[in-house]
Design a protein around this ligand. Structure first.
Ligand SMILES: C[S@@+](CC[C@H](N)C(=O)[O-])C[C@H]1O[C@@H](n2cnc3c(N)ncnc32)[C@H](O)[C@@H]1O
Length: 230
């Protein structure tokens, strides 16, 4: 469907997932509630890796795009209790439940908002020290990825970190980084994409995800952490 109508097919799927009869269990952690499954995935081995990359900036403000109910933001709030931490997600129920769980945990420096990755107009230029995504741009196709990256670069003040699927192989067919449809998701050459958005190659650092970080066939093959120092 998304190859026919573009990213809005995926947006609709995520935005209405809580209304579907069969909601699935993305993390296979036995949760009958898909959003609770995200909350329970807080100890997934890739998260400490991401938190470490963000921590290098010693941020006082952080924004996650596509945060679901906020498992990454929970870890960040524990590490940076004085930071202003925000998350945006397209699914309103994930946002609502996440805000409730943060309140129950007496965490007051995290605020989750419903919104779309390509519509960050409510956020000011350079308003977050670090902006990051974790398994979100794999759902954003060539029709929207330029706008999403442009918006994230506008809002980020010191760093942008992406945990996504990157074309590590030297010979691929993605010269502008718009994306290649692969196993039902989008992988792309993030270096090419960022260079098209005025980021210099020396500002970009790539790390390949290994099996111990994410024990999954696809993530260990094409998963990467793409770090941009502004
Ligand atoms: C695979 S989950 C990852 C959630 C979270 N980042 C994590 O690490 O657990 C993808 C999330 O991105 C959200 N999402 C997908 N497309 C989006 C879009 N265009 N704008 C905002 N959020 C989006 C979904 O609702 C979902 O919560």
């Amino acid at each position: 469907m998304e190859l026919l109508v573009g990213t809005r097919a995926r947006e609709k799927e995520w935005a209405t997932r809580h209304l579907r009869k069969s909601k699935g269990d993305d993390w296979g952690n036995g949760s009958s509630d898909w959003i609770k499954g995200y909350w329970n995935s807080v100890n997934h081995p890739h998260r400490p890796f991401l938190i470490e990359a963000i921590s290098k900036f010693d941020p006082s403000s952080i924004l996650e795009i596509g945060c679901n109910c906020g498992p990454n933001l929970y870890l960040l709030a524990k590490k940076f209790p004085a930071a202003d931490i925000r998350g945006i997600d397209i699914n309103p129920e994930a946002i609502q439940k996440g805000n409730e769980w943060f309140a129950q945990e007496s965490i007051t420096n995290v605020k989750l908002l419903a919104g779309k990755a390509d519509e960050l107009g409510q956020l000011q230029d350079k308003s977050s020290d670090v902006v990051f995504t974790d398994a979100v741009l794999i759902y954003v196709g060539p029709d929207k990825i330029q706008k999403v990256v442009h918006e994230m670069l506008r809002v980020a003040c010191r760093g942008l970190i992406l945990v996504e699927w990157h074309c590590f192989e030297p010979y691929h067919n993605d010269p502008n980084g718009l994306g290649i449809y692969y196993e039902g998701y989008w992988k792309r050459d993030y270096v090419a994409l960022l260079k098209n958005n005025w980021v210099r190659e020396e500002q970009i650092h790539l790390t390949k995800i290994t099996e111990d970080i994410w024990p999954d066939k696809n993530w260990k093959e094409v998963g990467g952490i793409i770090e941009v120092v502004m």
